[in-house]
Design a protein around this ligand. Structure first.
Ligand SMILES: Nc1ncnc2c1ncn2[C@@H]1O[C@H](COP(=O)(O)OP(=O)(O)OP(=O)(O)O)[C@@H](O)[C@H]1O
Ligand SMILES: O=P(O)(O)OC[C@@]1(O)O[C@H](CO)[C@@H](O)[C@@H]1O
Length: 304
C-alpha cells in the first residue's frame, strides 16, 4: 500500500448539531451534538487509512485544543507532522436537518505567523520524497496568503510526487496554473473560479496539464475527465444524514483506485460508492463493507 501525505492548513473541530428543522431567528431545539477532529486533509486521510494506506498528516494545529486531533492521529496510526500554533483550532458548526439539508458555519481559522509558515516548510519539504502522493485540501487560515500557498503548491509539484488539490476560491484559483496532477472541485467551486461553462473550464484545465479533473456534483454524482477517461457516475439513492466529508471521501477513494492502477470504471464505481456511504453517516471513514459493496453494485456509469 502507498505512503500518502495529506496537508490540512486549516483543520477544524466539526461540531455537528442534529435538528429536525432549522428555523433561522427562532429558538431551535437540537436533537444531539457530535464532535469530530476534522478538516479536509484529515478526512481524506481517514478514508485512505481505511483503504489500507500509511498516512502522514500535516498542517497547522492550535496548541490550546490539540487533544482531539492528537487522539485521532494516535488512534489511526497517522504520523503527526502538524505544526503547533498558539491559540485554538477553529470549530466549524454543521447544522444537520432531518431532510438531509446541511448548513455549514465555518470559522476563519488560526492566526498563523511567519515563523509558523517557515516551520511548516522546514518540516514538510524533507518529508515529501518519502511519499507516493500528496493531498492538499481545504481553506487557508489567517496569515496564509494565496501567494505563499501558490509557492508551496509549486514546490510540492516540483518534487515530482503526484499532487492532488482540493481547495476553493482564491486558493484554488492561485494553484490551478501550477497544474496539480488531480483536482476535485465541486460544481460551485469550479464555476466560481473558471466561469459557468464547466465543460469549457474542464477542457482548459486538462489542456494546461491537470491530468485528472474529478468534478463532484452533489447527489447528481461525479464527472471524471482524465487521460482517455470521460465518465459520469450516478450514485444510488441513499438516506442522507450528513453530506459533510462526501467530497473528501470521493477524493480519497479516487486516489486509491488510481494508485492501485485499477481501470477507470472500477475506480469511479468504488469512489462514488464510498462518497454515497459517507452521506449516510456523521464522521469520516469506511465503517460498513457490506453496505459499501451494495452501494458499489448500484452505482450507474455512463460515458460523457
Ligand atoms: N445525496 C447524495 N447521495 C449520494 N451521493 C452523494 C450525495 N451527496 C453527495 N454525494 C456524493 O458525494 C460526492 C461529493 O459531494 P459534493 O459534490 O457535495 O462534494 P463537496 O461539496 O466537495 O463535499 P464536502 O466539501 O462537504 O466534502 C458527490 O460527487 C457524490 O458522489
Ligand atoms: O473551510 P474549509 O477548509 O473549506 O472546509 C472545512 C470543512 O468544511 O471541510 C470538511 C468537509 O469537507 C469539514 O470537515 C470541515 O469543517
Amino acid at each position: 500500500m502507498a505512503r500518502i501525505l495529506t496537508l490540512t492548513l486549516n483543520p477544524a473541530l466539526d461540531l455537528t448539531v442534529s435538528l429536525d428543522k432549522l428555523i433561522p431567528g427562532a429558538v431551535n431545539r437540537s436533537l444531539g451534538l457530535t464532535r469530530h477532529a476534522a478538516g479536509k486533509g484529515l478526512n481524506v486521510a481517514q478514508v485512505l487509512a481505511d483503504l489500507g494506506h500509511h498516512l502522514t498528516v500535516s498542517g497547522f494545529l492550535g496548541s490550546d485544543n490539540a487533544q482531539p486531533f492528537e487522539n485521532l492521529m494516535q488512534a489511526r496510526g497517522f504520523a503527526d507532522a502538524f505544526i503547533r500554533v498558539p491559540g485554538e483550532t477553529r470549530s466549524n458548526i454543521k447544522l444537520a436537518e432531518a431532510d438531509g439539508r446541511i448548513t455549514d458555519l465555518n470559522g476563519p481559522g488560526l492566526q498563523v505567523e511567519d515563523e509558523h509558515l517557515q516551520s511548516l516548510l522546514d518540516n514538510l519539504i524533507p518529508l515529501v520524497a518519502g511519499h507516493d502522493a500528496i493531498v492538499v485540501a481545504g481553506s487557508l487560515p489567517r496569515g496564509v496568503s494565496t501567494a505563499w500557498f501558490a509557492a508551496l503548491v509549486h514546490r510540492l509539484k516540483a518534487s515530482g510526487v503526484p499532487l492532488v488539490l482540493d481547495s476553493s476560491g482564491a486558493a484554488l484559483q492561485a494553484a490551478l496554473p501550477i497544474a496539480p496532477w488531480m483536482i476535485k472541485p465541486n460544481e460551485e467551486e469550479l464555476s466560481e473560479v473558471c466561469g459557468s461553462d464547466l465543460s469549457a473550464a474542464v477542457r482548459k484545465l486538462r489542456g494546461q496539464g491537470i491530468e485528472h479533473v474529478v468534478l463532484s456534483r452533489g447527489s447528481a454524482g461525479v464527472d471524471w475527465h482524465g487521460p482517455g477517461i470521460a465518465l459520469r457516475a450516478i450514485p444510488p439513492r441513499v438516506e442522507v444524514v450528513s453530506t459533510v466529508g462526501a467530497g473528501d471521501s470521493l477524493l480519497a477513494a479516487s486516489l486509491h483506485g488510481l494508485l492501485q492502477g485499477w481501470p477507470a470504471e472500477r475506480t469511479l464505481r468504488m469512489a462514488t460508492a464510498v462518497a454515497a456511504q459517507a452521506v449516510t453517516q456523521i464522521g469520516f471513514g469506511i465503517h460498513d463493507r457490506e453496505q459499501l459493496a451494495r452501494l458499489e453494485a448500484a452505482v450507474r456509469l455512463q460515458p460523457l
